[in-house]
Design a protein around this ligand. Structure first.
Ligand code: CA2
Length: 155
């Protein structure tokens, strides 16, 4: 059986493709979901792709991931920069966590330079548009394969 990957998207990402294409690109979240599912099939990862505008729902989904998912990719949207609750929830997970942002948050307003998610993430990808999700999936697939070979080395 393949590994299970949970891809979480936070507030306003459901609006992708409709506004601010110069920052976020022209693809919709549904386009990104399709690309992730296709890539998951190539990598042998089953993909559960979700979006919510609710911080509490994100926390709930992260809690549920324990014992169910093998890895999490998260674009927490604006909650990235504000949510200690997300940070605390992510710390409970003993699995690879990759933080993804479509835009380069470090080239934008200073309030976007702080990420609470980064403090709990295994790695961070930003500024590469929707390709960042696929690259995150490649990283997860490599980490899970390594883990299967040498589980005792995981940090
Ligand atoms: O670059 C990213 O992926 C962000 O996580 C996107 C968030 C932003 O708050 C983060 O700082 C960086 C915002 C997502 C909102 O996306 C929209 C797209 C089109 C129209 C309106 C919002």
């Amino acid at each position: 059986m393949g590994s299970g990957l949970l891809i979480l998207n936070g507030p306003n990402l459901n609006m992708l493709g409709r506004r601010q294409p110069e920052i976020y690109g022209r693809e919709t979240l549904s386009d990104i979901e399709s690309a992730c599912k296709l890539h998951g099939a190539e990598l042998g990862l089953s993909v559960d792709f979700r979006q919510t505008n609710s911080e509490g729902e994100l926390v709930g989904w992260i809690q549920e991931a324990a014992g169910v998912a093998d890895a999490v990719i998260i674009n927490a949207g604006a909650y990235t920069h504000t949510s200690v609750a997300l940070f605390d929830a992510l710390l409970l997970l003993d699995m690879p966590i990759i933080e993804v942002h479509l835009s380069n948050i470090y080239r934008r307003e200073s309030f976007r330079h702080r990420s609470y998610v980064s403090g709990a993430a295994t790695g961070v990808i930003c500024g590469l548009g929707s390709r960042g999700y696929l690259l995150a999936m490649d990283a997860v697939a490599a980490m899970l394969a390594e883990d299967r070979q040498r589980p005792e080395d995981r940090q």
